[in-house]
Design a protein around this ligand. Structure first.
Ligand code: E4P
Length: 218
């Protein structure tokens, strides 16, 4: 399973790259706004830092302008993936950009039928949002299960399931059990995944016992 980080914070990305865990990055207009930086500058810097796919989202809502924006974003770097909303126009733009050999990530997916549309339009990734479904009292992970099951029945579908809107380590674990291709994880959740009280307790005991020996490895 590939791990992407869901952030436009360059310092956070640099720190995570040092773990060797990071396979890519996703951003969205809210994350770009939070970074306080120019979208083209920050995406260029992230694409340079990260060898894997980096999603940058269009901000137009009509297909013609989405395509122009997508073409411009795609000139940033070969690893830039154009993110498009799952609307009629977004799917049109996905089909057009895919036909030009540009990689696409169709976002704001909330149903299995929407995921089918993205796959048929040739999307490189589909981004179903689990946390936002949980927020409205629906089980977001059921959507991941449905999409994985449907995509698996059609071997010609090459679209990868990119689990988005992850809010907890449990979302990640469940997505992995379902065989999702990618999880895009907020930095806070990535750090939570490392933690376990028994790891902390065990390490504390090892350190105390080690100190009592008076030894040093170096
Ligand atoms: C995905 O690509 C989105 O940027 C993101 O996962 C949305 O997450 P949120 O619902 O926590 O904002």
């Amino acid at each position: 399973m590939k791990f992407f980080v869901d952030t436009a914070d360059v310092e956070e990305i640099k720190g995570l790259l040092e773990t060797g865990l990071l396979d890519g990055v996703t951003t969205n207009p809210s994350l770009i706004a939070k970074s306080g930086r120019n979208i083209l500058d920050v995406l260029a810097e992230i694409c340079e830092l990260v060898p894997g796919p980096v999603s940058g989202e269009v901000t137009a809502t009509d297909a013609a302008t989405m395509i122009k924006e997508g073409e411009k974003l795609a000139t940033i770097a070969p690893n830039l993936v154009v993110k498009l909303p799952l609307t009629f126009d977004g799917i049109k733009a996905c089909y057009a950009l895919t036909s030009k050999g540009i990689k696409t990530n169709v976002t704001l997916c909330f149903s299995a039928n929407q995921a089918l549309l993205a796959a048929k339009a040739g999307a490189t990734y589909i981004s179903p949002f689990v946390g936002r479904l949980d927020d409205i009292g629906t089980n977001g992970m059921d959507l991941i299960s449905d999409i994985c099951e449907i995509y698996a029945m059609y071997p010609d579908i090459e679209t990868e399931v990119l689990v988005a809107s992850i809010r907890s380590p449990l979302h990640l674990q469940e997505a992995a059990k379902m065989g999702a291709d990618v999880a895009t994880i907020p930095p806070k959740v990535i750090h939570q995944v490392f933690g376990h009280p028994l790891t902390d307790k065990g390490l504390d005991a090892f350190m105390k016992d080690w100190a009592s020996t008076g030894q040093s490895i170096l």
